[in-house]
Design a protein around this ligand. Structure first.
Ligand code: LLP
Length: 419
């Protein structure tokens, strides 16, 4: 459920008229609904009520500091994958003891910053990383709290490029290697290995892969305890899909939670989750304006002012995003369009062969479900400035990231003195 709906034929974000806002701010821009962010956080937490999990929002999905502040105020922690994300989470007021640090390539500087901050857990993904963290912690006279990320070899996720838990993926320690590495870790004085971690993929549309992976994790915990490892945390990652409008809806968080409670209740561990998309995906839209309607030889193109550099998901993952007119025009005949941006790449599209009410130059469209992996994956390709992010709260709105000018962009560049 989200708070974007038509009122008298005009799209509203909570109590804000999107067309009026577009006139004020200029297109394109991302628009987030605070009430939706809060609601999704609450739905997730309610599903696990009584089990006191750490819900560490996966900052990579949407790392705007204002968004993080909203989620922090709902009790969220943070799952970070870089020094930059760690600083964002801390800046948003997220307590270090609610931060977990994931990722296959943590540098020494990043690990140092996280040890200095006193984060809750390092999710360690390889033997060399474990050794580096142990050595650094010893130098710093600290003990690093660690979970090893294990790779259960389960295929899951909405697209090949967002599946992470198969043995050919770069993520995690292989199942066969895991017990041996835990045994080694127990001998290391700079790390305290307290947990098992896994994350199998993203936009997962059914419960079966979760069940397969989490059952394996439960068995691993039993084996590790038999080996003498004191495991009291289980980090199950993120991955729960959201409805994008093109396929059967993914499982409800309550069903996901029921499965997890069933599998983990006998283990007596603290559960950690790293949801990203599920919290912010449907809390954001991308508002764009039609520049031209172009009749090609074989297709009709809606050329809009947003492009793949602003939202790369269709180009990169063949992702479906619903596209709707900001001002409804149901009497108009339906047309089939390729909705494309101005960037000079054939992969610069938002939809192909999409039936929409006829649109004309100047009309506004909303690309739905763009709150996760939208703004965070944007680039300035074609020297298109990053687009603003706007947060709505009831009838109020605030620009939570401004649009840089081209001068702002140029200010980071310098010609060498020989030119
Ligand atoms: N934890 C870890 C270790 C992750 O790698 C990810 C996502 C998450 C949690 C959050 O997963 P979520 O709950 O959002 O599914 N850019 C792609 C998605 C990449 C996901 C990467 N890892 C997209 O636009 O679909």
């Amino acid at each position: 459920m989200h708070h974007f709906e038509y009122r008298n034929g005009r799209l509203y974000a909570e109590d804000v008229d999107v067309a009026a806002l577009a006139g004020e701010i200029g297109t394109p821009f991302y628009l987030y609904s605070e009430a939706t962010l809060r609601r999704h956080m609450q739905v997730f937490q309610k599903a696990f009520a009584g089990t006191d999990p750490l819900v560490a929002f996966s900052v990579k999905a949407n790392s705007n500091i204002a968004v993080l502040k909203v989620l922090q105020s709902e009790g969220a922690g943070a799952d970070v994958v870089s020094g930059g994300e760690l600083m964002r989470a801390l800046k948003a007021g997220i307590a270090p003891e609610k931060i977990v640090f994931s990722g296959v390539g943590k540098t020494r500087d990043e690990m140092k910053a996280a040890l200095d901050a006193g984060i809750y857990q390092f999710n360690v993904e390889s033997a060399p990383e474990l050794e580096a963290l142990n050595a650094l912690a010893l130098e710093m006279n600290k003990t690093a709290p660690v979970a090893l990320r294990v790779n259960p070899d389960v295929a899951a996720g909405g697209h090949d490029k967002i599946s992470t838990g198969r043995k050919e993926d770069k993520f995690g320690v292989s199942w066969g290697e895991a017990r041996g590495l835990y045994a080694k870790a127990r001998e290391m004085k700079g790390v305290d290995v307290a947990g098992v971690d896994l994350h199998i993929g993203s936009q997962i549309a059914d419960l079966a892969p979760f069940e397969a992976a989490f059952s394996k994790a439960a068995q691993l915990i039993a084996d590790l305890r038999a080996d003498g490892c004191a495991i009291d945390r289980l980090d199950l990652g993120g991955g729960l899909g959201i409805p994008y409008g093109n396929a059967a809806p993914p499982p409800h968080p309550d069903d996901y939670a029921a499965l997890i409670k069933r599998l983990t209740a006998p283990l007596d561990v603290r559960l950690i989750f790293e949801p990203g998309r599920m919290i912010c995906g449907n809390a954001g839209i991308l508002v764009t304006r039609v520049i031209y309607v172009k009749q090609g030889v074989a297709r009709k193109f809606l050329i809009v002012d947003a492009a793949m550099n602003d939202l790369i998901r269709p180009a990169l993952y063949d992702a479906h995003h619903d596209i709707i007119p900001v001002v409804q025009n149901d009497d108009a005949p339906r047309e089939t369009y390729d909705v494309v941006g101005p960037v000079c790449e054939s992969s610069d599209f938002f939809a192909k062969g999409r039936a929409l009410p006829e649109m004309k130059a100047g009309d506004l469209a909303a690309v739905m479900s763009a709150g996760a992996y939208g703004a965070v994956q944007a680039s300035q390709y074609n020297t298109r400035p990053l687009i603003p992010e706007v947060l709505v709260h009831g009838d109020r709105h605030a620009i939570i990231r401004r649009r840089p000018s081209v001068e702002d962009i140029f200010s980071l560049e310098a010609a060498p003195d020989w030119l």
